[in-house]
Design a protein around this ligand. Structure first.
Ligand code: THU
Length: 146
């Protein structure tokens, strides 16, 4: 775990945390009350944010990470550097989000934080969080992972 200070080196990470915390304020989470925010930094330097969006049909729910990633993809910005996710109890991306993110950025760096404050846990690397991810190659060569 690290605590970000406001030195120049950590400025972009700090900005990501603040952007994720702002995004969490826009969460639609009437069922769980668990608000999550995410900020995704692309290699071009742009930041895309997302919040969780729940649904009365629970499984339709979108996690904050997938919403942020979809924003980036919709802007044709598919090369990503790092991602910060903030939540009340600090969670890491769920399995579905790991797979979704892996499609575009297997080397993505992930940091986990809270809705307030600047303490972060990380860095975690997506390819370590999701060994054996499903890839385009898995489909073209179905036996190559066995
Ligand atoms: N959630 C996220 O948005 N991101 C995560 O990494 C974990 C879970 C959301 C989904 C649901 O709306 C709520 O948190 C409780 O699981």
């Amino acid at each position: 775990m690290i605590n970000i200070d406001s030195t120049a080196d950590n400025q972009s990470l700090q900005n990501l945390v603040l952007a994720a915390q702002q995004a969490a304020l826009r969460a639609y989470a009437p069922y769980s009350q668990f608000t999550v925010g995410c900020a995704l930094l692309s290699k071009s330097g742009r930041v895309y944010t997302g919040c969780n969006i729940e649904n009365a049909s629970y499984s339709v729910t979108l996690c904050a990470e997938r919403v942020a990633a979809a924003q980036a993809i919709a802007h044709q910005d598919r090369e990503w550097d790092s991602l910060v996710v903030v939540s009340p109890q600090r969670v890491s991306a769920c399995g579905v989000c790991r797979q979704f993110l892996h499609e575009f950025a297997p080397d993505l760096t992930i940091w986990n934080g809270f809705l307030e404050g600047l303490s972060l846990e990380g860095p975690f690397f997506l390819h370590q969080l999701l060994p054996g991810a499903m890839t385009l190659r898995s489909i073209h060569h179905p036996l190559s992972n066995s």
